[in-house]
Design a protein. Sequence first.
Length: 108
Amino acid sequence: MNNEEIMSLRKEIDSLDEDIIRALALRFTATEKVGIIKATQNFEAVDRSREAEQSHKYSVLANRHGVSVNLIQKIFRMVIDEVVVSHRATREDRLASIKNPGVGDGQS
């Protein structure tokens, strides 16, 4: 493999990395909307049954695409943990605004 091939492959990798980041941004936008709905409906931030279903699906997809199941599970665990933190913060913000209407919204 010569230097041109390496540079070409690195360019492809860089593009794929950008695609991953873009997909994560879209995913977090969607999960933020879910968090708002959960907070509005007073649902828990964590849905263990959904997480179990998704974990199984991630394993199937990892196997199908020849990627380490362990790696995919670790990646999605980090992503889900970040989503849960966001959902809990959204819920806490909502509860605080109910208890103290007008506080922090520039209307006091």
